[in-house]
Ligand binder design. Structure first.
Ligand code: LUZ
Ligand code: MOS
Length: 749
């Protein structure tokens, strides 16, 4: 089935926040944010700005009727700074004017006097001073301290990864207006409408039922709108509440870039020990997460880093510790992969280091250590359907790894100024919110009298095709053409208490809830048909809108059946509730079964380096991926391709730079480069591993949003291998991204 949105996207007809026609007298919000990263407000003078014709109000923390607090997990983040400032871009006030243009003029007239405090941007420096957002956590298995003596080889080092700008095409924003009975309706560009509803209710000190949040779709999110949309929506809602007017704010790109948090940079130490036959016997890692100035989702991201500390490997003795460090950067947040990519980069860096020193291929180590069926992850969950070995076998047999290696060796021996590198990047990603209670969803299904169907769930469509998948589930369960089904906007009044659409779980959770609701409706309709046909319900089936008795077509069709059921006063509305079974986790022991299942795969990345310039081109990426039984192969392939490119961008060219004062230097698209068609691999070849499918995935498929992001990590190590071919004794700084400048320096180290 084609993506439901594709035609309207192509025509430019799909409605995003900024396309919603505003009511008359709509006012516009603009944030006045701190120009310094750490300090204290001495004087805040808005008088001249307020005198500007068209400026209606300038709101600060003093105007908040409820709690000045937007922290989701930890209550450590004010909506508006009160006295202290903790990062550059922290909101101090919201200017409300009759146009955005006037608000911008007013922003220049506001006078702020501050006292600056010392700024910390480095997580290790924060750690030294004891500045942590939350207590550190460690996942352990076996006994590393005792294992080192059994190791033939031990390597230690440090690795760094940078952050990443989400660069959703649609920036953060919201539009709010008063509705009947003291209510407020908010259109928000959010992955978490319930989080917005809750946050606004607290800010305004009103019950949640007064706040209605509605989302048609997002122009991308990637995690950036899991938590951080709530603050922007809260400001707009506050203004609308106080002025009793419609108020809208849609951030300009530069404001969005410097005000919002990003993927977490990590600085990490590792120690890896191997036996003579290259089994990894012990692995110790300490990761310093650069959390920024408030916790945001960092505690959950820290947790996912811990879960993915050993990637797709079984290591009998492991100890992985994460420190969540408080710095003066905007609070870093969810981003596709949610802490797992940092962990996977680190263990691959440790393996690359060992391989380099031993004069072997990283793959020689990787292949000896893949987790096998029944072995356990450090958090106690058994590897079940551990497809990594099957992927490995596929890589050897179908991608002809050994032959490819030989070709590259031969190329490198005959080319002086060009070198090729090949990397093998295994992945393993656990599916489920690591916080078990979040793994629930609801779906509200109406069958209208004319036989058409309307479905509301908690899922947010952000380009990933979740609405299409939900539509497929309903069409298949009810036995009707998908054209009869409409997926409604996501709305907190129709579906309450939703988890954000995140953790790659959107289709699984909301698809299952929809299936349950449709099954209940189907049962009732079959009983109705059975009565009409003097048969029993088990003998009835529905396909393509036709009613079958004992697999034979009857003269009743879907439309007649629905009409009959309505006249018989059968309820044609159902609510489905789904909670992922099996999963549990005990934080006191750090043991349990947190994931419904894991997604595995391997990417083979080949790069050609220009050894004069330090530039490189990715020749090809071959991926063998575990889709389960894909329910929509085209959408899933799009997710793998997009995630791969986003991962390659993170590892190669996307370089976030803050200066020592906490200023974002890479604050626009002229200084922050994301991959374009020229940086895409010339060939991307994606294969699906044959499988019976996942029992806990919707229609036996597997979640696909985040796992393939990890394939991009292979780009770093392909470059590493190509540099090695030119300069065999270079010492890799193990510092991503591998920009062309860094490559050039490494070539001539
Ligand atoms: N969000 C969250 C996530 O709250 N919990 C998670 O485990 C998660 N994982 C990936 C992406 N977002
Ligand atoms: Mo996400 S990083 O699944 O919002």
């Amino acid at each position: 089935m084609k993506n439901l949105d594709s035609i309207n996207h192509l025509k430019g007809k799909s409605v995003y926040l900024d396309d919603i026609p505003v009511q008359k007298d709509c006012l516009y919000g603009l944030i006045f944010a701190s120009p310094i990263a750490h300090g204290r407000i001495i004087n805040f003078d808005t008088q001249r700005a307020l005198e500007l014709p068209g400026v209606k109000r300038i709101l600060t923390y003093k105007d908040i009727p409820g709690e000045n607090q937007i922290g989701g997990i930890i209550k450590d983040e004010p909506l508006f700074a009160e006295i202290e400032i903790h990062f550059r871009g922290q909101a101090i006030a919201l200017i409300i004017a009759v146009s955005e243009h006037i608000a911008q003029k007013a922003r220049q007239l506001i006078q702020l006097e501050t006292e600056a405090y010392p700024v910390i941007t480095d997580p290790r420096e924060a750690a030294k001073k004891g500045h942590f957002l939350i207590p550190s956590r460690t996942f352990k298995m076996g006994d590393t301290a005792n294992a080192w003596k059994d190791c033939t080889y031990i390597f230690e080092g440090q690795a760094e990864n940078g952050g990443q700008e989400h660069l959703y095409i649609e920036t953060q924003g919201a539009y709010a207006y008063p509705i009947d009975n003291n209510g407020i309706k908010i259109h928000s560009s959010t992955q978490g409408p319930t989080a917005v509803q809750q946050t606004v209710a607290k800010i305004l000190d009103v019950p949640m039922h007064r706040i209605e949040v509605d989302v048609a779709r997002l122009g991308g999110a990637f995690g950036g709108k899991e938590d951080q949309a709530s603050g922007f929506a809260s400001m707009v809602a506050l203004a609308s509440h106080i002025l009793q007017k419609p108020v809208k704010m849609s951030l300009h790109r530069h404001d969005d870039m410097y005000m919002t948090g990003k993927r977490h940079p990590y600085s990490s130490d590792y120690k890896i020990g191997l036996s003579k036959d290259l089994k990894i016997l012990a692995y110790e890692a300490v990761l310093y997460q650069n959390g920024g100035a408030a916790a945001d989702l960092s505690p959950a991201i820290m947790e996912r880093t811990l879960f993915h500390g050993t990637n797709a490997y079984f290591i009998p003795n492991t100890s992985v510790q994460v420190h969540s460090c408080k710095t003066n950067l905007p609070p870093n947040t969810a981003f596709r992969g949610f802490g797992a990519p940092q962990a996977v980069f680190l263990i691959e860096a440790a393996i690359a280091h060992a391989a380099h020193k031993l004069g072997i291929d990283a793959y020689d180590i990787q292949k000896e250590n893949f987790i096998q069926e029944g072995q356990i992850f450090p958090y106690g969950q058994k590897a079940d359907q551990a497809q990594i070995s099957a992927c490995n076998q596929y890589t050897q047999e179908h991608f002809q790894l050994e032959a490819r290696k030989k070709q590259i060796e031969s190329y490198n021996s005959t080319h002086k100024l060009k070198k090729k590198g090949l990397s093998v990047q295994p992945i393993c990603f656990g599916i489920s919110f690591t916080k078990t209670p979040m793994n629930q969803a609801r779906s509200l299904v109406h069958i209208y009298q004319d036989g058409s169907v309307g479905i509301s769930t908690g899922a947010i469509e952000m380009g990933q095709g979740v609405n299409t998948k939900i539509c497929q589930v309903a069409a298949q369960t009810l036995g009707i053409p998908s054209a009869l089904i409409k997926i409604e906007s996501t709305n907190t009044t129709r579906v309450a208490n939703t988890s954000p659409t995140a953790a790659s779980t959107g289709a699984d959770l909301n698809g299952h809830a929809t299936m349950l609701a449709c099954q209940k409706l189907l049962h009732r309709l079959k009983e109705t048909a059975a009565q009409s046909l003097n048969a029993t319900a088990e003998k009835i089936s529905i396909h393509e809108g036709k009613i079958f008795l004992n697999n034979k077509n009857t003269e009743i069709d879907w439309f007649q059946l629905v009409e009959t059921a309505f006249l018989k006063r059968i309820c044609l509305t159902e609510n489905g509730h789904y909670a992922t079974p099996i999963i549990h986790f005990d934080k006191t022991t750090e043991q349990g079964h947190p994931f419904a299942y894991h997604v595995y795969g391997i990417a083979l990345t080949e790069v050609t380096l220009d050894c004069i310039r330090g530039t490189y081109i990715f020749d090809r990426v071959d991926i063998i991926h575990d889709f389960g039984k894909a329910m929509n192969p085209i959408i899933d392939r799009g997710q793998v391709e997009g995630a791969l490119m986003q991962g390659i961008g993170w590892m190669t060219m996307e370089e976030l730079r803050y200066n020592d004062e906490g200023f974002l230097l890479s604050n626009s698209l002229s200084t922050y480069k994301v991959p374009d068609i020229y940086s895409a691999p010339k060939t991307v070849h994606i294969e699906a591993i044959p499988t019976d499918g996942a029992d806990l995935g919707i229609l036996k498929s597997k979640a696909v949003g985040e796992p393939p992001f990890l394939y991009g990590i292979g780009a770093y190590f392909a470059i590493h291998n190509a540099i090695k071919a030119y300069n065999p004794t270079f010492k890799d700084s193990l510092s991503a991204p591998y920009t062309h400048e860094k490559v050039l320096m490494a070539l001539y180290q």
